[in-house]
Design a binder for this molecule. Structure first.
Ligand code: SF4
Ligand code: SF4
Length: 340
């Protein structure tokens, strides 16, 4: 029997973010997928088999995204298969593919639909997502509400829409959103660096959105902002999560298990491998250990009251900005020297 190595990291994801296709007709300016992931996308049979392996390995929820996942002809078949396997299912969409029938099917499946809403009105939303997109997303919200589907909104924050941040929670509430999600747009794919928010700007935006969420009485989730705990009292309805060490897996359209969907290196191939075993393969990579279990954290992080939950913040941003997975998150205002 093989002896267990106590130093070897293990990886047992309970949630999967699955970019099932890079195809999308929208052409958003902040798209982090465009121009990446060149290999052939997983076919229906491959994706169904992978779902079974995930369920067997202990995965409990899957978020189907892209590109535009709902534009895949097999989208409902895959979502339905995931539900039958006992997985909690969510989908991210621009709203373009949503029809009355599709909205009803998503409601019947009990799937949560994350609608991408990038402003509080047509001017900002269409600056990011193109002409006509505002009416499309509003119509999608109406159809989903009429069908009784669970809706949340998700907004990627950049210099294109930052002025709307404080009003997004109230606007999202009008979309019927149970939860409003915000995340910082990442400098990857089509997203230009000149559009990326700095640490001070992002902190101001989060505080303003938290205030807006409190006033509107909606729950606010901050994605990819593990340092949010140092931003002061954001209110009881605001939540965020750690990233380093989190049991979350990302999968690319061409079937690669990724260190993070924002990064283009350190991946393991799921084609021809078993999900649970491939997770251990990526856990054995030096990059995995460096990202998730930094051995020599920076002094600013070691002395930080939020270290226990944050552990240096987002390793993908750290890599994209500084070429290192273990330096502090450049979006953290404390690491950027803006907080004491
Ligand atoms: S590494 Fe960064 S971008 Fe990737 S999931 Fe974690 S917080 Fe988000
Ligand atoms: S200083 Fe480091 S540990 Fe503290 S919040 Fe910032 S990134 Fe996280």
């Amino acid at each position: 029997m093989e002896e267990e190595d106590p130093e070897k990291p293990e990886f047992h994801p309970v949630h999967v973010n699955w970019l099932l296709t890079k195809a999308c007709s929208a052409g958003c300016r902040h798209c982090y997928i465009r121009g990446r992931f060149g290999g052939p996308e997983l076919g229906t049979g491959e994706a169904l088999a992978l779902l079974e392996e995930m369920a067997a390995a202990g995965v409990r929820s899957v978020c189907f995204t892209g590109g535009e996942f709902l534009a895949r002809p097999d989208a409902l078949a895959l979502a339905g298969a995931a539900v039958r396997l006992g997985l909690e299912v969510s989908v991210v969409t621009s709203g373009f593919p949503i029809t009355e029938e599709l909205a009803e099917s998503l409601a019947v499946l009990g799937a949560t639909t994350y609608l991408s809403v990038d402003g509080v009105g047509p001017e900002t939303h269409e600056r990011v997502r193109g002409p006509g997109s505002w009416e499309v997303v509003r119509r999608a919200a109406r159809l989903l509400a009429r069908a009784g589907a669970r809706v949340c909104t998700v907004t990627a924050l950049s210099r294109l829409n930052v002025a709307d941040a404080g009003r997004i929670p109230a606007a999202a509430g009008e979309f019927g959103a149970e939860v409003v999600c915000l995340l910082p747009a990442m400098p990857q794919g089509a997203m230009g660096r000149e559009l990326v928010l700095g640490a001070g700007e992002f902190a101001a935006v989060v505080r303003s959105a938290a205030k807006g969420a409190g006033a509107a009485g909606v729950e606010l989730h901050l994605w990819c902002a593990p340092f949010a705990g140092i931003l002061g009292d954001l209110g009881a309805g605001v939540r965020w999560w750690p990233c380093r060490g989190a049991p979350v897996a990302d999968i690319s359209p061409d079937g690669k298990l990724l260190l993070c969907d924002v990064l283009d290196f350190a991946f393991a191939d799921l084609r021809g491998g078993n999900f649970g075993e491939v997770c251990q393969e990526i856990a054995g990579m030096p990059e995995f250990a460096e990202a998730h279990f930094p051995v020599r954290p920076a002094e600013v992080c070691r002395k930080c009251p939020a270290w226990g939950e944050c552990r240096g913040g987002c390793f993908a941003r750290a890599y994209l900005d500084f070429g290192s997975l273990s330096v502090p998150d450049p979006l953290c205002p404390r690491a950027a020297g803006l907080l004491g």
